[in-house]
Design a protein around this ligand. Structure first.
Ligand SMILES: [Zn+2]
Length: 430
């Protein structure tokens, strides 16, 4: 199997956002995200919404006609776990926000959920995107709220030669704290949630690290209760299975990572609890497992060092746990937890997902499951009449080679053509 080199289809440049158009995309392979594939069909768009998705040429439909030349259309991509702002927020907004936002749309991402950024900066970025000052994806912002006072840090355990971040994750023994941190009064936690609502945040983010007899589970349940009263949902970071259990027991809405510390194949009760909670889980597999080269070869093979002295390279249990939960029916969703280029980040996450998921699975993860995780199933994630006209055109068939998802050549957001590089790509089937 030949894998496409990501750089080979990187589309550069950016078409400025036009006003909402009535569009007819014809001659397309349509992967609608619900499981249907239409080999030659059309998608029609009116007033920023999808009007029809079906076989044939949509004869008689009004609007600008876009010939897909047999390329694939899918719903715009969603990253449910990103970090955006680097360094000083004002400087980043001034110098980097514009290019950064374009890089998301160029890669096909029409919706991005920030899982923790400078609070003022991320709200300002969202404002600029909403008003059209900046062209880019729809952005949602979370406010981080603590579950306890400062966590006692045990003396660093002796380490081998590879001190990557996944090994020094405080959720991983022997670094896991064995004494409880101070509690935060309930009213303080509730006030923090109400303040986040007042400031205009879309959701709450918390970090679960459950200590013996500690306050984290109780505090999280208080935050969830107040958040739900305020109409906010709660995303929780949990990298160990026991922390994911503490989070679902506090009735959080989304697990922001795949729990990769702890083996679900050896823990039927944990598996059952996670599945019975019906809490969706966001992938973020690639930041925790060894990277691969652009031919998808593991870098530690063929003379490379093993284990690999790269950051976050010891979380290989993540894909196994993900597959176990998938088999049990978990609504598994897409997110990267990265700060690097969105297209490269997509390729990295696909390499990790590709270890345990078929292209068909990955399309479901990327589309409807991620829309559901961010509570936007009514608007996003599939190509169905009535949903937002967030559409990507892909050179190649991702069901044949999932890495074709990195070959986005045209992007429509809310009915506006934001990127159009069809001219630079050979028609797939003409
Ligand atoms: Zn994160």
């Amino acid at each position: 199997m030949k894998f496409r080199i990501v750089a080979g289809c990187a589309a550069l440049g950016f078409a400025l956002a036009a006003s909402a158009q009535n569009l007819v995309i014809t001659n397309a392979r349509i992967i609608d995200g619900t499981g249907n594939v239409i080999e030659r069909g059309s998608v029609t768009v009116k007033d920023g919404k999808l009007i029809s998705v079906g076989a044939g040429g949509a004869a008689g439909s009004a609007g600008t006609r876009i010939d897909a030349h047999g390329m694939t259309v899918m719903a715009g991509f969603i990253d449910a776990h990103r970090h955006l702002i680097r360094g000083d927020a004002d400087a980043w907004l001034k110098d980097h926000a514009g290019d950064n936002m374009k890089s998301f749309v160029n890669a096909g991402f029409t919706t991005v959920f920030s899982m923790g950024d400078d609070p003022k900066g991320i709200l300002e970025l969202r404002r600029r995107l909403k008003t059209g000052e900046l062209a880019g994806p729809t952005l949602y912002a979370t406010r981080v709220i603590p579950l306890s006072g400062p966590m006692p840090r045990p003396a660093a355990a002796p380490r081998g030669p590879f001190t990557d971040l996944a090994r020094t994750d405080p959720a991983r023994p022997p670094d896991r704290p064995e004494t409880a941190p101070p509690a935060i009064p309930d009213e303080e936690s509730r006030a923090a949630v109400r303040a986040a609502k007042q400031e205009g945040f879309d959701a709450i983010k918390t970090f679960m690290l459950a200590t013996p007899g500690g306050p984290e589970g109780h505090t999280l349940s208080v935050i969830v209760d107040e958040a739900h009263r305020q109409g906010l949902r709660v995303f929780t970071h949990a990298t160990a299975v026991q922390d994911a259990l503490a989070a679902v027991n506090a009735h959080v809405d989304v697990l922001a990572h795949t729990a990769h510390i702890g083996r679900l194949e050896e823990d039927e009760s944990a598996r059952r609890t996670l599945l019975d909670s019906h809490v969706p889980m966001v992938s973020t597999l690639a930041v925790f497992i060894p990277h691969f080269d652009d031919q998808n070869r593991p870098l530690f093979r063929d003379g490379g060092p093993f284990p690999m002295p790269r950051p976050l390279s010891s979380g290989g249990q993540g894909p196994v746990n993900a597959r176990i939960l998938w088999e049990g029916g978990m609504a598994y969703a897409y997110g990267t937890d990265t700060q690097w280029d969105p297209r490269a980040s997509l390729a990295d996450e696909l390499r990790a997902l590709n270890l345990v998921f078929s292209p068909r699975d990955i399309i479901k993860i990327l589309g409807p499951n991620t829309a559901a995780a961010i509570n936007k199933s009514g608007e996003l994630g599939t190509l169905e009449p009535g949903k937002n006209a967030d559409i990507v055109l892909i050179d190649g068939d991702p069901l044949q080679d999932v890495f074709n998802l990195t070959c986005v050549v045209l992007v429509v957001k809310d009915g506006k053509v934001m990127v159009d590089h069809r001219g630079k790509h050979r028609a797939a089937t003409d």
